[in-house]
Design a binder for this molecule. Structure first.
Ligand SMILES: Nc1ncnc2c1ncn2[C@@H]1O[C@H](COP(=O)(O)OP(=O)(O)OP(=O)(O)O)[C@@H](O)[C@H]1O
Length: 391
């Protein structure tokens, strides 16, 4: 039943209530919940065929303000009997914000990770042996493909020294700077790109100083990751992807300690040299108790229109790596092979991931299949190793 059909022949109080109901269903783009549920529809006044809708934003600098205003306007415009709608934006009081944050936390305490082994969120770390093999492109596109399938997905960009997820997901402002998370009281809300809630060190660095993190060492990196996992408000997620830095450094150990129940996908190119180093980072994950659920090969041979193959990085690395990782009765499959794709590279450079901007591209199709496969795979304890301390 549409708003218009339902309203035929209603009285003025009914109309006000109905407008409130319709605009209350608009979803906040950051919090991903209806405005009514968030207490953001402060007032609705209808006089004749004119309505004024007052919306209380969480903070005055809310980056989603324009979008919320437009969405409320569009929703109110669907109501039969109105020919003039005005949306007035105001800001929540401190008391309202406190009430909102406590509602969002659902009474849960601030301490402790929401992504513990007991949570319903499937945590998948995406790792590689060395840099530049396409790991971040896989993480970003897989997440976008999942979001397109209605899976609630977030990314923690743990590649602190080489963060690239915000750029890949178009989370860059008009000023060229990485978007900053909105803060509501003590809640840090991750920016959302293509339906993917994302947090990255790049969102916290001083403007224009992307090198600030270069000198960070183990404890500082550990604290930062801990905060990303514990303090950032992702809400209920089905899947959390962690974009790992390449190799076996401090961050890999920290993630292993913070999320020992995480599953791991290892990304490699078809080149043998890349698979050799990938084995090392996969074995570290295993030592930390994480389970390797599969290999994704990228920059794999591309089929050309004349029927020939273009294989800039050779062939076979994905299968070789999967075989090397299948030890002690544990079978590690090759989950997918993403072909070399000029469209993927261009889309990455422009912040319009190929999985969303060109779903017919062969690489995008692999991400769609991967997203489907990973969303239906049951998350369970069998095969999970107990965490083993390295110290
Ligand atoms: N399948 C592909 N086809 C064509 N180009 C690709 C493909 N996958 C990745 N690339 C390109 O390769 C480069 C490196 O990719 P990406 O940044 O995803 O790698 P990475 O392993 O995450 O690197 P780092 O760890 O150093 O950040 C990018 O320019 C990206 O667009």
């Amino acid at each position: 039943m549409t708003a218009k059909s339902r309203l035929a022949g209603t009285t003025a109080p009914d109309l006000t209530a109905f407008v409130r109901e319709v605009v209350g269903r608009v979803v906040d783009p950051e919090l991903r919940r209806p405005l009514a549920e968030l207490g953001m529809i402060r007032d609705v006044r209808v006089t004749g065929a004119a309505a004024v809708v007052e919306v209380a934003l969480t903070i005055s600098t809310c980056p989603a303000a324009d979008r919320i205003k437009a969405d409320v306007l569009a929703a109110a415009d669907t109501v039969e009997g109105l020919n003039e709608v005005q949306v007035v934006l105001t800001v929540m009081t401190e008391q309202e914000r406190v009430a909102l944050t406590s509602k969002l936390r659902d009474g849960r305490s601030r301490t402790g990770t929401p992504f513990s082994a007991q949570s319903l969120t499937r945590v998948i770390a995406v790792t590689s042996g060395k840099g530049g093999v396409g790991k971040s492109s896989v993480t970003a596109n897989l997440a976008v493909a999942m979001a397109a399938q209605g899976i609630r997905v977030g990314i923690v960009d743990a590649d602190v020294h080489g963060f690239s997820i915000p750029g890949l997901l178009g989370l860059i402002g008009d000023d060229g700077e990485t978007l900053r998370p909105t803060r509501v009281e003590d809640l840090v809300l991750p920016p959302v790109g293509y339906g993917v809630k994302t947090i990255s060190i790049g969102m916290f660095l001083p403007e224009g100083d992307t090198d600030a993190v270069v000198s960070w060492r183990g404890p500082m990196l550990h604290r930062t990751l801990d905060q990303f996992i514990t303090d950032v408000f992702f809400g209920d997620l089905d899947v959390l992807l962690i974009d790992m830095p390449p190799g076996t450094g401090d961050v890999a150990i920290s993630v292993g300690q913070l999320l020992p129940h995480a599953e791991v996908i290892v990304v490699t190119t078809p080149q043998c040299a890349a698979t050799e180093v990938a084995v090392r980072s996969a074995f570290l994950a295993r030592k930390l108790g994480q389970r390797i659920i599969g290999v994704v090969e990228t920059m794999a041979p591309m089929h050309l229109p004349d029927g020939s193959e273009f294989a800039p990085f050779g062939t076979g690395g994905g299968n070789t790596l999967a075989e090397r990782l299948s030890t002690n009765g544990e079978v590690v499959p090759l989950l997918g092979s993403v072909p070399f794709s000029p469209a993927l590279r261009v889309a990455g450079d422009t912040g319009t991931p190929v999985a969303a901007s060109d779903p017919a591209d062969p690489a995008a199709q692999v991400f769609t299949s991967l997203a489907t496969a990973l969303s239906i795979r049951p998350r369970g304890l069998p095969g999970r190793r107990l965490p083993v301390s390295l110290s």
